[in-house]
Design a protein. Structure first.
Length: 368
């Protein structure tokens, strides 16, 4: 410590791994964007891009409450844990269902990304579905700041997805985004940096998995687990007929004999299995079109509908929506990462996006 002009100052010397002095290491600020999804968490660090992509799963010891595993290690335990350990997803339908576990999940990922910061904690912006309530917003903000954020903003998923997809939302032109995540599907018409119309439904990737489980039980008398259903969705899931049929061997428990069984399932069956959730998403898109002003609707007809999120990777999803709406439809480049990239980039343009984030920043649960 040194005394300079009557002020007591603490001089801290920071050295890198090679023993060289680095006076900026401790004072480096990090802006962090978090896509806090139902099925996975993606973290974007300003200047570095996406640095973390992990399943939003936590394995906990029931009695002590001790965290056994987080992320990919915990996902591997789903449906395979002994009685003393439970693997849970603390986020359901795009919102926090277990506050304490979510806070610990965020703390783990933030520590992994930016390390332990005593003085200079990161600024964080988190994306949320367009239909979240004020209580759900407070829950996200509280969990993020308890996890170590210096200041937290919120941004709606469709706006973040549009930015991440490379769409210039600052222009007075209509753009439609359909973001199909794990817990929610967000449909929005965006113009001049804000949502003109938006709708969020709790039908997305998880509901696809549930539909496949029900189909296998009803059609084949086979009980399969969540991970098997997800694997079927990824490998042979289809929203539109394929040119070439694909198949996969599925293992489960026969509901009649009670014994393990293995059967072969084709991709054409997945169209029938996923019909209900797909029709729900399509109906949401149609409903929003009915409410869209004619000038914006004409812009969308020219620009096309942009699909983002993991659900956009379902085979033929763009063809399915295009065939039933008669509007051009396309899948964004790297649709899974769009929301995370847009969330992180939005911190660089907070003033431009004031209408999208100001309501959250000026609420009585934020510091001005």
């Amino acid at each position: 410590m040194v005394k300079y002009k009557g002020i007591l100052c603490l001089i801290i010397f920071v050295y890198n791994s090679e023993g060289e002095f680095n006076n900026m290491a401790l004072f480096e600020f990090n802006d962090v964007g978090i896509d806090l999804g139902t099925s996975s968490v993606l973290v974007y660090v300003r200047g570095k891009g996406i640095v973390l992509r992990e399943p939003s799963v936590v394995a906990i010891e029931k009695v002590s409450g001790r965290i056994v595993a987080i992320g990919e290690d915990a996902r591997k335990m789903l449906g395979r844990t002994p009685g003393r350990i439970v693997a849970v997803r603390p986020l359901r339908d795009g919102v926090i269902s277990n506050y304490d576990v979510t806070e610990r999940l965020l703390h783990h990922f933030l520590k992994k990304v930016v390390g332990n910061r005593i003085f200079f904690k990161p600024r964080v912006i988190v994306c949320v579905p367009s239909g979240v309530t004020e209580v759900e917003k407070r829950s996200v903000i509280g969990a993020t700041e308890e996890a170590g954020a210096r200041h937290t903003w919120l941004i709606e998923e469709p706006i973040a997805a549009a930015i991440g997809a490379g769409i210039d939302i600052s222009q007075p032109r209509g753009n439609m985004i359909v973001d199909i995540g794990g817990g929610t599907t967000d449909v929005a018409v965006i113009s001049l940096n804000d949502s003109v119309l938006s709708e969020s439904i709790k039908v997305a990737g998880d509901k696809f998995d549930d539909a496949i489980v029900r189909y296998m039980r009803k059609k084949h008398n086979l009980l399969i687990g969540e991970r098997t259903a997800e694997q079927m969705k990824i490998q042979i899931g289809s929203a539109y007929p394929r040119k070439e049929q694909q198949s996969i061997e599925v293992k489960g428990r026969n509901l009649i004999s009670g014994l393990p069984q293995s059967i072969t399932v084709g991709s054409n069956e997945m169209i029938d299995a996923l019909e209900e959730p797909l029709q729900t998403i399509l109906e949401s898109v149609r409903t929003l079109f009915e409410k869209t002003p004619p000038e914006l609707a004409s812009d969308i007809a020219e620009n096309g509908i942009c699909l983002t999120g993991g659900g956009a990777l379902l085979y033929g999803m763009d063809k399915f929506i295009q065939e039933h709406t008669k509007v051009p439809c396309y899948v964004a480049e790297d649709p899974i990462s769009c929301v995370a990239i847009g969330t992180g980039k939005s911190l660089e343009h907070l003033e431009m996006l004031d209408s999208a984030v100001s309501d959250y920043r000026r609420g009585d649960y934020f510091d001005a």
